[in-house]
Design a protein. Structure first.
Length: 178
């Protein structure tokens, strides 16, 4: 049996989990997340925990067993605590600005890079160079952070660009006079 899939997900008081034909809905203090999952995995919601069962021992069933359990655990954690990713901008004159639901990045391009935020995501900007992406959906928070980083990934010579906080950029030596 899957080591991850066999572990039950504990439900704290104040959290409601509903499961029906391949769809799971989790409601908590921060909001509601609904997601379609594989109908092959049976989801049983009991008193204070959610248990996952698979129909057989095929390779696909084993993989889905742990994946479905991890996704539901992340949904429960998201409606209780939420998720966040931090990005930092390095470079002279590089900055970010938040106007309504759009993030404007000035990162050395001819035109500013404009990113429209999806529903359920909040971005805060500190000192014009540190962006914090917050939300209850772990997958969506990671996707938005990756798309913001994609506007100007850190380059290896000067290290300029958008990177995750704590990300190490391997630097290359520049040209030398021989």
């Amino acid at each position: 049996m899957s080591r991850i899939g066999r572990l039950p997900v504990t439900i704290e008081p104040g959290i409601e989990v509903r499961a029906s034909e391949g769809e799971v809905s989790v409601t908590g203090p921060k909001g509601t997340i609904t997601r379609r999952l594989s109908p092959r995995i049976t989801i049983n919601v009991g008193e204070g925990q959610v248990v996952f069962e698979r129909p057989g021992n095929s390779k696909q069933d084993k993989a889905l067993h742990g994946t479905v359990r991890a996704v539901v655990a992340n949904m429960v954690e998201g409606v209780v605590k939420g998720f966040e990713k931090k990005l930092e901008i390095h470079g002279v004159g590089y900055r970010a600005r938040l106007t309504g639901r759009t993030v404007d990045l000035s990162v050395g391009k001819v035109r500013p890079c404009v990113y429209e935020l999806p529903e359920g995501i909040e971005v805060t900007i500190d000192k014009n160079t540190i962006l914090t992406v917050k939300g209850i959906d772990k997958e969506l928070v990671g996707q938005v952070a990756a798309e913001l980083r994609h506007f100007h990934p850190p380059e290896p010579y000067l290290g300029k660009g958008v990177r995750y906080v704590g990300e190490h950029v391997r630097r290359k030596a520049g040209k030398t006079v021989g």
